[in-house]
Every structure is written in C-alpha cells, then in structure tokens.
Write a protein that binds this ligand. Structure first.
Ligand SMILES: C[S@@+](CC[C@H](N)C(=O)[O-])C[C@H]1O[C@@H](n2cnc3c(N)ncnc32)[C@H](O)[C@@H]1O
Length: 276
C-alpha cells in the first residue's frame, strides 16, 4: 500500500474510536484441556496490521461479536442438535491480527490483484472474512457455515460492518464496498465440489476437520483456478496424492500464528499455474 493509501486508511479509520490495545483470553479448543491467557498488543505488529486491528476492534467492539461469544453459540448449538462431541464442528478462530499478517504476505510477497473473491469454508461468526476484507479490497466475500446460530451471528456481524460503512480505499482508485454472502450450508454438499464464483483466496480452519470433510476440502481446492491462494490452518492440502501423483497444489510458506485457542501452523498454499 502506498503512503497515500495508508494516509487514506488513517483518515478513514480515525472516524472510529480507536483502542490502544485489545486483550483476549484464550479458551481451550475442543481438542485441548489447557487454557492460556493471551495478551494481544499491537506492539509486535508492523504498522499496517496494527492499524487494521484498531479498525477491526472498533467495528466488533461489543461482547456479542467476540470470538468467545461465537464459541459459546457453537457449544450450545452442538448440544441442542445432539452433536456435542463431533470434532469437525469444534470451534476456534483465527485471530484478526494473524489474518492481517497472512494477507500482507499474500499481497506483498506473492502479489494479489485488486478485487477478487475470498471464501471461508466453515466460516463461523464471519470474523475471518471481515478481517480479510479490511486488509484487501475483495469485491465479494463468501462464508459457508453448518451451524445455523453461528451463521446468524455472522449476519449480525455483517450488520455491524455495514453500520460502520466500511470502505477500502486503495492506491488512489475508486472506493469500493465489498459484498458479504453468508450461506448456511454444508461443505460436503457443495455441488460438483466446485465453488462459484471461483475464489481468489480461500481460508479453511481445518484443525478439527475429520478425514472425510478434509478430503472434500482437498477436492474443492484442486478444482479451483490456477493461482488461487489457500490459507490452511493446521492441516495443509496434499501436494501429492496417495498414488504419488502431484495434485497441483504447492506450498508457499508455513508459519506459526495465533488462534483463539493458542498457536498453530498456517500453511499458505497455491493452485499451481498450468505451465509450472
Ligand atoms: C475451527 S471453526 C473456524 C471458524 C472460522 N472460520 C475461523 O477460522 O476463525 C470451524 C467451523 O467449521 C464449521 N463446520 C464444520 N463442518 C462443517 C461443514 N461440513 N460445513 C460447513 N461448516 C462446517 C464449524 O461449525 C465451525 O464453525
């Protein structure tokens, strides 16, 4: 982002009441019994992610929009539908500052054109998508979530975003508004295992996904266009299949990032260009 772009962002976000810092208490993931207290400050972030975090915290400032609230919604829903111990439905979130840093890498190191479509498979309360859309001017943002009450939480978060009238000015171009499309649905039921419209960037917090669900995500990813970026939490997409054939997915980097439940490895992967 240019200095002018950053200045635009500053003036945009100065309309929001900024927080000096934010703190999160890490809850344990469904698979872990430990609980650690995490103190999140903006000090360790480069300027742009720190700025984005302040904007994010301003939009989602109330308890009802927190990841803790989403986790409670998920737990209650799983008990109600009689699936309290289904691992794939376990809840945890990528912290927004992790999303910002990942998006910076995609943009600055690997190149990401303006616009595009971002997906989150298993989108929960939608916070990953809102963070991604603060970091980049996607034109469309799509989330697919199985649990209805989490899907409804994402719709309430969408209202919060729209109340703030967030725009993403960039590089002196026109100011764009992103469209959010949250679907209450099942990843395993996606027609022909193909996402439409095609994603530019796809997030998947697959930490607790079982093998069948992960296999679905694998096929959906292999059906994406060359050049599509995948942000895979804990579990990377396979680059070689069980018969030793390449899948067309390459790994660009893998690093540790903070989640609501602790640290894990995030794999940045890409669908190879056909001539690679
Ligand atoms: C670990 S949470 C991730 C939440 C959010 N994407 C994030 O990373 O911050 C995984 C989400 O996937 C959802 N999920 C699990 N199986 C699913 C399926 N078959 N179809 C759609 N969503 C599913 C869960 O309900 C849960 O909300």
């Amino acid at each position: 982002m240019s200095a002018a772009g950053l200045a635009d962002l500053f003036s945009l976000y100065s309309a929001f009441p900024l927080l000096a810092s934010a703190s999160f208490s890490a809850d344990s993931p469904a698979s872990s019994g430990s609980s650690t207290s995490l103190s999140l400050t903006t000090d360790s972030l480069s300027t742009e992610p720190a700025l984005l975090l302040k904007a994010f915290s301003s939009i989602f400032s109330d308890n009802e929009s927190s990841w803790e609230a989403a986790q409670t919604i998920s737990r209650n829903a799983r008990e109600e539908i009689g699936l309290p111990n289904t691992a794939s439905l376990g809840y945890g979130e990528i912290l927004p500052e992790s999303v910002f840093t990942i998006m910076c890498e995609i943009k600055d190191v690997h190149g990401l054109e303006r616009g595009g479509v971002v997906y989150d498979l298993g989108s929960g309360s939608g916070r990953v998508l809102f963070a991604a859309c603060l970091a980049h001017d996607f034109r469309l943002s799509k989330g697919i979530e199985f649990i209805e009450s989490l899907h409804n939480a994402a719709l309430r978060n969408k209202n919060r975003w729209e109340e703030h009238d967030v725009v993403t000015p960039e590089e002196g171009g026109p100011v764009d508004r992103v469209e959010f499309d949250f679907l209450k649905g099942d990843i395993t039921k996606i027609t022909s295992r193909a996402l439409s419209p095609a994603p530019t960037v796809l997030f998947c917090h697959a930490t607790l996904f079982d093998d069948d669900l992960f296999d679905c995500v694998q096929v959906i990813s292999e059906n994406c266009n060359p050049g599509t970026f995948f942000v895979m939490i804990t579990k990377p997409l396979r680059t070689v299949n069980s018969t030793g054939m390449v899948t067309g997915i390459e790994t660009l980097s893998y690093k540790q990032y903070r989640m609501s439940w602790g640290h894990t490895t995030v794999y940045l992967q890409r669908r190879m260009k056909t001539n690679e």
